[in-house]
Design a protein around this ligand. Sequence first.
Ligand SMILES: Cc1cc2nc3c(=O)[nH]c(=O)nc-3n(C[C@H](O)[C@H](O)[C@H](O)COP(=O)(O)OP(=O)(O)OC[C@H]3O[C@@H](n4cnc5c(N)ncnc54)[C@H](O)[C@@H]3O)c2cc1C
Length: 399
Amino acid sequence: MPTDLHEIVVVGAGIAGMRAAETLRQEGYDGGLTVVGDEWHAPYHRPPLSKKLLSGQIQRAGVDLAPQFDFDARVLRGATARKLDPSSHTIDLDDDGTPLTLHYDGLVIATGATPRSWSGGAVPDGVMLLRTVDDCLAIRECLAGGPRVVVVGGGFIGAEVAATCRMLGLDVALIERGDGLLLSALGAEMATCWAQLHKSHGVDLRVGVNVEEFVGNGRVKGVRLSDGSQLAADLVIVGLGVSPATEWLDGSGLRIDDGLVCDATGAVEGGSDVVAAGDIARWWHPRYERHLRIEHWDHAGRQGETAARTLLAGPDSAEAYDGLPYFWSDQYDVKLQMLGVPTDYDAFAVIEGRTEDWNFTAAYGRGGATIAVLSTTPGRVQAYRDEIAKAAVFPPKPA
Ligand SMILES: Cc1cc2nc3c(=O)[nH]c(=O)nc-3n(C[C@H](O)[C@H](O)[C@H](O)COP(=O)(O)OP(=O)(O)OC[C@H]3O[C@@H](n4cnc5c(N)ncnc54)[C@H](O)[C@@H]3O)c2cc1C
């Protein structure tokens, strides 16, 4: 452990920041540790916000992110990092209205991502975004009134929210301007399947159309689409993806290009003694030989742990992380799990079961090698971990 490491600051108290803070202590770091987060809530699990917390199957306390063990840290809540000056190793904060400057010897940046707002200007009341627990509870309150719901955006957040609302018995339309639901994440074959899943549950799915305008004076009443049609709506949930939360780092000299650009250990390019993890970070992935910014819960936590070890090890001894990205998504009674990264796949095959039964496993390949496996059979993707890790011949065989 470098002897000049006496004060470490973690900015961002989500899963990446919290796992980083815990790992620092677990690895024996006993210097000063400050965790800065701009939310007032104690750290919480984000995935249930579009699922069980939104539906009311669990309550607010059910999403608290319990620390894995007790650890000693100064925790600042409601404190927003405004500026980073790497030359003086300082961070300027707005600590609930009071300016505060923190010095650091080591810095973990884990400020996550922020949802993209509607770009077409002001929106009427009832057009909402979903990222935080407060967003979720505000939407949930609206759902109690039995609104007609329009979801804008056919990525995971949109698809999960649509499923949750349908399971509550609400009328739901889902609008995606691209050619398919979950298309960029799952590819054309699976996009067709998931579109079918939503239609069979009664979602009015419209793909290949844009939202032209939200209708309503003060309160939303409907959504006008680019094909000339209009949908009635009492509530609109916009899920247009996220942008890495890097604004406060402008002018810091750190390399920002769709997130903070990091090497395979989490060290940020353009900085020293600075690591980054989670949704904000675009790490070099040795296995996929490219920088990847992964917006998944499991990966964010693992990056947080690795980034902490990198700080403690110092640049010459830090170890690269090449773990396979993993994520899941729950829609209706289907749990989708994916191991690996299917981007740019050129081969696809269902390798177990039948899609019609919603109990199947499918593989993605590129250049004859296996790059990712998706399954709706819980835990099944793990059987293909070695095949993906070794880039085994496509289609893969289970261990
Ligand atoms: C509704 C929803 C459902 C999801 N479902 C799934 C799922 O089923 N499976 C899956 O794998 N992933 C899912 N995800 C994605 C997953 O939650 C994220 O990948 C993960 O939360 C990223 O963790 P993070 O710590 O990098 O960022 P975050 O969780 O965003 O935490 C960053 C924290 O930093 C704070 N912050 C930002 N800027 C500042 C600043 N300047 N100063 C101080 N604090 C700041 C933020 O307020 C936030 O509290 C879901 C996400 C959402 C929103």
